[in-house]
Design a protein around this ligand. Sequence first.
Ligand SMILES: Nc1ncnc2c1ncn2[C@@H]1O[C@H](COP(=O)(O)OP(=O)(O)O)[C@@H](O)[C@H]1O
Ligand SMILES: [Mg+2]
Length: 275
Amino acid sequence: MIFFDDVWFEYEPNQPVLRNLSLQIQPGETVALMGENGAGKTTLAKHINGLLKPTRGTVYLEGVDTRKTSTAQLARKVGFVFQNADHQLFADTLQAEIGFGLRNLNFSKEEIDERVNRFLTLFELTKYQDQSPFLLSGGERKRLALASVLCVEPQVLILDEPTQAQDALQKQKLLDFIASFRKSNHILLLVTHDVEFAVKAVDRIVVLSQGELIADGTPRQILSNLSILERARLLPPQLTQFAHQLAEHEPRFPTDLLTLTEAVKAVNQILRRSR
Ligand SMILES: Nc1ncnc2c1ncn2[C@@H]1O[C@H](COP(=O)(O)OP(=O)(O)O)[C@@H](O)[C@H]1O
Ligand SMILES: [Mg+2]
């Protein structure tokens, strides 16, 4: 479990970036952390793997205060894919990059080879396997960073803006991976602006605005609440916009739609009634 107990954090004295923040995430939960640029999302995420320690309050990972454990210990449990992949790539080849964490955790050679190949394929990187990570494009480097963290199947997985610079097919592959991860008892924290992606990826959305937690609920609750979205400067999903506009003319039309199937069903009901 991840537990933030009344956490405050300041980079500069008297300029709190996280305020009065309490949050619990249970094993098996997939959570999106959303909010405007500068809201404090990355700062919050860095408290989970101990890169940052609270100025006030306490962060616990599996009951242990992150101040009382080493960053190396936390790194074994928490996989973190940074917003900027360049900060975490360092090996000479893609193969070595993906294999690094597995070797560190003493996986067998067969297991390492199998996982490296599986993740190279999943993220469409096989043809570059012997190249330097620094010859890749931005989007490819992002996928390599994902592959090298995902392949060790950490208990807690934090993805900071993973869909940046990815096309629809690559987003779908990431969703497929997340779907399989969701069946496990692990925790996924997805930091994202991408509401369409969040709807498909998680069970719960936590909204941060100016360092404060302003909402916590299911994707349906959060994404149909236009005032919360506006406060956090998030663009509502197109379906939500569509539903709200239709509801202005047809008050019975539901405004908390999440999928195209639900929208089609709702439109059909209205059409049938008006015949
Ligand atoms: N290393 C740092 N030193 C000082 N201020 C920082 C640092 N990193 C982030 N900040 C500030 O903290 C606030 C929250 O940043 P961040 O957590 O990166 O937000 P988000 O990920 O939601 O965009 C911003 O105002 C940002 O400018
Ligand atoms: Mg950020």
